[in-house]
Design a protein around this ligand. Structure first.
Ligand code: C2E
Ligand code: CA
Ligand code: CA
Ligand code: CA
Length: 277
């Protein structure tokens, strides 16, 4: 009888472990996902528009659930940002990017990878420490790492400025992301010295249409140029959009017209076929 009782007890413990995740709150799930390192990174090629060559990629996080399904970032990043758990996700993204791209980045110093940072990452400055350690003796140059920051959630101008300045002093390329979608994009251009500006997809969508915002896009481009910022256009889906951006002498772009976000091996293959000669 004893072994049967023991067996019963073991299977009950097993069932509790197995089913406990289902009873967790979304936040609890996220914590466990971080502890179990369930995050993966896909890479969307960034193209030099005039040559059509691939010169970089944006690292885009995904959550690979235990059942194998892959969750899009917009479904968990907001919660991660609100709760501060984003710091743990950023750590994993940085570790993965360096692990997966180390050899290609070290071999080819013309290639860059852009990493997204949230307001909390900027506030804490932790990402720079983590990156610094990861890059040590890697053969990767800091200019090969682009840091995309959004104004979304920026709280404290002074801390934000301090982190941005430190990042630039360390040699990283700092990009303002989702430009034009927030309330204070313009004032951020005044407050911070940056290297590049990423035009949000919502503006690229209006190219060739007669919507009100379509008339704003050339002004954003002109402003970025007068500030000597590199420009990246995001969400290019049509040839007409690409032609317009070329005509406006926008340097870089990314979008489904060229490629969706790829796995690390998918991106490395894409890069070898499409890199600058
Ligand atoms: P984002 O930084 O604006 O990234 C661009 C998003 O647009 C990506 O969605 C990308 O897959 C999508 N996209 C690119 N080209 C096209 C196109 O031609 N058409 C369409 N329809 N979509 C396109 P994704 O990967 O779902 O990421 C969504 C957002 O999640 C990102 O927006 C970013 O704000 C956030 N995110 C992604 N990865 C990270 C990360 O590692 N850390 C942080 N903090 N946020 C991240
Ligand atoms: Ca981005
Ligand atoms: Ca963006
Ligand atoms: Ca966007």
């Amino acid at each position: 009888l004893f072994p049967l009782g023991l067996l019963l007890a073991i299977s009950m413990v097993g069932a509790v472990i197995l089913f406990s995740r289902r009873r967790l709150s979304p936040l609890g799930e996220l914590k466990i996902g971080i502890d179990r390192r369930e995050f993966i990174v896909h890479y969307q090629p960034i193209i030099e528009l005039k040559s059509g060559a691939c010169v970089g990629a944006e690292a885009l996080v995904r959550w690979q659930r235990p059942d194998g399904s892959i969750m899009r970032p917009d479904l968990f990043i907001p919660l991660a940002e609100e709760s501060g758990l984003i710091l743990g996700i950023t750590d994993q993204v940085i570790a993965l990017v360096i692990r997966e791209m180390k050899s290609i980045l070290a071999t080819d110093h013309n290639l860059h990878i852009a990493i997204n940072l949230s307001a909390s990452d900027i506030k804490s400055g932790r990402a720079l420490t983590v990156l610094g350690k990861a890059l040590l003796n890697s053969g990767i140059q800091p200019q090969q790492i682009w840091l995309e920051v959004t104004e979304r959630g920026f709280m404290d101008i002074d801390t934000t400025r301090a982190t941005i300045e430190r990042a630039r002093a360390l040699g990283y390329t700092v990009v303002i992301d989702d430009f034009g979608t927030g309330y204070s994009s313009l004032s951020y251009l005044q407050e911070f010295r940056l290297d590049a500006l990423k035009i949000d997809k919502s503006f690229i969508d209006t190219v060739g249409t007669d919507s009100v915002t379509s008339s704003v896009t050339p002004h954003i481009i002109g402003m970025a140029k007068s500030l000597k910022l590199k420009i990246v256009a995001e969400g290019i889906e049509t040839k007409a959009q690409a032609d317009y951006l070329l005509e406006q002498e926008v340097e870089y772009g990314q979008g489904w017209l060229y490629a969706k976000a790829l796995t690390s091996t998918g991106f490395i293959q894409y890069y070898w076929h499409n890199k600058l000669l």
